[in-house]
Write a protein that binds this ligand. Structure first.
Ligand SMILES: Nc1nc2c(ncn2[C@@H]2O[C@H](COP(=O)(O)OP(=O)(O)OP(=O)(O)O)[C@@H](O)[C@H]2O)c(=O)[nH]1
Ligand SMILES: [Mg+2]
Ligand SMILES: [Zn+2]
Length: 304
């Protein structure tokens, strides 16, 4: 039988069979997917072949992925994690307060999605906590992301009408990601109260180490709409990207860099006649985004 993995706890997998029935599945031994290094490579969103015996499924095969959202959990340990596979878009939830999401984190996440050309939506939640000054800061941040083609929205998952987010999700498979405590589960419960995801309490969410959601899980909202709630992530390490390819995942650099004197060898740091540096100096590329770019190319730690 064929099915879709909707939850993965590491030892058990919840699978929605193509017959629309739910199955609990296990793997027989270690399954490996070509080109994937994780020892336990099955992720939410994977399409699989499985065999059912006495009501329990056994996963026999993972079908090739269209795309995946991959991160390195802690730098240099070599462990990478597939947050989800086969998604139509990603919705990154960010907050200016409680907790603060850094631009470096946002940029790294966007790069991971862009490496598979997965469309990105950025939602700045908890707008109710913002002072007039914060709102000015947020406006300038939003401008940067809108200008590179990322749909950028603001609001409060608790206090606002969130119809606009429901519209964004319609007829797509969406991965919802962000730091712990930004309100991913709150938002999804608002959109689909039947989901009943546990929400963190006020005292714990300022500490980015506490996770309320512990496993990624996919929910079906209607026949064509799926959302994946994920546990908060603290840091976002890039996996297997060469210095040269990173600028391909910055939409504002992608075309500009074709004019660099050193062509494909240019990494846009201090090369002469670099078109990216020229665009930066002319203000066409944001200084903040460029700073994120440099930290990625240099392999610097950028966990916040
Ligand atoms: N003030 C304010 N608080 C919010 C808003 N949205 C969510 N919260 C609160 O933020 C806290 C964390 O919310 P969760 O939905 O559990 O956050 P999460 O992103 O799912 O966190 P993890 O599951 O740990 O990754 C809860 O106390 C929510 O009530 C909002 O718009 N405004
Ligand atoms: Mg949660
Ligand atoms: Zn260059």
């Amino acid at each position: 039988m064929k099915g879709l993995v909707t939850k993965s706890t590491g030892s058990w997998y919840e699978v929605l069979g193509d017959n629309q029935l739910k199955y609990q599945c296990r793997t027989r031994g270690k399954l490996r997917l070509e080109g994937i290094k994780e020892t336990n490579p099955i992720a939410v969103g994977d399409r699989i072949d499985f065999i059912e015996e006495n009501g329990v499924g056994s996963i026999e095969k993972i079908l090739p992925r269209e795309n995946q959202i991959l991160r390195q959990s802690i730098k240099k340990t070599g462990h990478s994690q597939v947050l989800a596979a086969n998604v139509d878009q990603v919705l990154l939830i960010a907050t200016l307060k409680q907790p603060r999401t850094s631009l470096g984190f946002i940029d790294r996440f966007l790069v991971s999605a862009e490496s598979f050309r997965i469309p990105q939506v950025l939602f700045f939640n908890k707008s109710d906590l913002l002072t007039p000054q914060d709102i000015l800061e947020l406006d300038s941040i939003k401008k940067i992301y809108s200008s590179i083609g990322v749909d950028t929205l603001t609001g409060s998952a608790i206090h606002d009408d969130i119809t606009i987010i429901s519209k964004v999700l319609e007829n797509k498979v969406t991965l919802v990601a962000g730091h712990s405590g930004v309100g991913k589960s709150t938002l999804l419960n608002r959109i689909a109260p039947e989901i009943k995801q546990t929400i963190g309490d006020i005292s714990s969410f300022s500490d980015k180490g506490t996770h309320t959601t512990t496993f990624a899980e996919m929910f079906q909202l209607n026949s064509k709409t799926f959302v994946i709630d994920t546990p908060g992530v603290k840091e976002w390490g890039l996996v297997d990207m060469s210095q040269q390819e990173i600028s391909d995942y910055f939409p504002e650099m992608r075309d500009v860099r074709l004019n660099c004197k050193f062509g494909a060898r240019c990494i846009h740091i201090n090369e002469p006649k670099c078109s990216v540096l020229e665009a930066l100096n002319a203000g066409a590329i944001s200084a903040g985004r460029y700073k994120s770019y440099v930290s990625m190319v240099m392999g610097e730690d950028n966990r916040k």
